[in-house]
Design a protein around this ligand. Structure first.
Ligand code: HMG
Ligand code: MG
Length: 299
């Protein structure tokens, strides 16, 4: 049996915009997030309190976070890589943070400038401090199905890092197929390995759709009772430190598929979301990567 309800975590404003070369004006980011809130989404990852030297696109994290219209009941998590980021997120009024580790040693160094072990001990400090501030903490594990530098990744490493994030207090850990190399075979293998160690109820999947396997991977995860899915409006997304990665699975496409299967995804207005995606693609000068959005324009 499949879960009857799925929570969608919209990551477009963060994962989608972080990879844009040209700076997206702060007011456009705020407008995008406000429009996403109005579609009825329940969780919207807003931005990252990372080093602006590493990701100049999100240098306006504080202004974006403090200027958006927050709707009661909607979660607005932000990425935090270290104590400095946590301090800034708390100052801006964040109630939920996301920390991000990797199952690949090389990707960890490229993305966080430290080893996996160092990142986990850094995140242990971050989570201790975050708990003092009563923040909710979400975790990411990148490169679960493969790494742009190392190729295939040991499943045991995925299990180890995932367990580490739960141990330090993450309420949920999202499994990132950062470069979209995974297939349902990989997700079966990874989820089977995780099953004895963690609650499937507390996992999410974060599928980049580089090779067109994201929806199949999500369906595989649902078969393991995973009921949280990360997605990005218009299929925006990518990671500046993961060469070859393209966008996340499109939120529109996930909603279309899940609703078609009779799964409750909450009160999201799909036509409104398609319109937000279209407007955002026009703003960024890119093609819409949501198949559902493209089909709706054609019909
Ligand atoms: P570092 O260079 O080792 O850090 O970077 P540092 O502590 O040596 O500091 C260097 C400078 O950055 C200093 O400034 C710090 O103050 C400043 P300076 O003294 O030179 O003027 N700094 C900061 N400024 C603002 N906010 C901060 C902060 N921290 C340091 N929080 C660091 C280490 C972790 C900071 C860096 O590597 C970094 O920012 N990395 C973030 C990379 C990133 O955002 N990647 C994309 C998100 S992850 C992702 O996309 C994957 C995901 O989607 C899941 C998936 O798809 O798999 C989540
Ligand atoms: Mg990502």
């Amino acid at each position: 049996t499949l879960p009857s309800k799925v929570r969608i975590v919209e990551v477009g404003p963060r994962d989608g915009l972080q990879n844009e070369r040209n700076f997206v004006p702060t007011r456009d980011k705020i407008r995008l997030i406000d429009m996403l809130t109005n579609t009825g989404l329940e969780t919207i990852e807003v931005t990252s309190f990372i080093s602006p030297k590493w990701v100049p696109q999100l240098a306006d994290a504080k202004e974006v976070f403090t200027s958006i219209q927050k709707k009661p009941g909607v979660g607005y998590p932000v990425l935090v890589p270290n104590l400095k980021g946590l301090e800034a997120a708390v100052e801006a009024g964040a109630e939920e943070i996301a920390i991000f580790a990797a199952a690949s040693e090389t990707f960890s160094r490229k993305n966080l400038n430290c080893s996996i072990e160092e990142s986990l001990s850094r995140f242990r400090q971050v989570t201790e401090e975050a708990k003092r501030h009563h923040l909710s903490i979400r975790g990411y594990v990148s490169c679960v199905a493969g790494c742009p530098f190392e190729g295939s990744i040991d499943t045991e490493q995925v299990v180890r890092v995932t367990c580490g994030l739960f141990e330090m207090g993450c309420y949920e850990v999202s499994l990132g197929d950062t470069i979209g190399v995974g297939t349902p075979g990989d997700f079966h293998r990874i989820l089977q390995a995780l099953q004895p160690h963690v609650s499937m109820n507390a996992l999410a999947v974060h599928c980049h759709d580089t090779r067109g396997t994201a929806l199949a991977n999500i369906l595989t995860a649902l078969q393991y009772q995973v009921h949280v899915v990360d997605a990005s409006v218009a299929g925006l997304g990518g990671c500046p430190f993961a060469p070859g990665a393209t966008g996340n699975v499109a939120t529109e496409d996930v909603i279309y598929m899940l609703r078609g299967m009779g799964i409750d995804v909450g009160p999201i207005d799909l036509s409104a979301l398609i319109a937000v995606g279209q407007e955002t693609c026009q703003l960024l000068g890119k093609n819409n990567n949501s198949k559902v959005a493209v089909a709706s324009q054609a019909s």
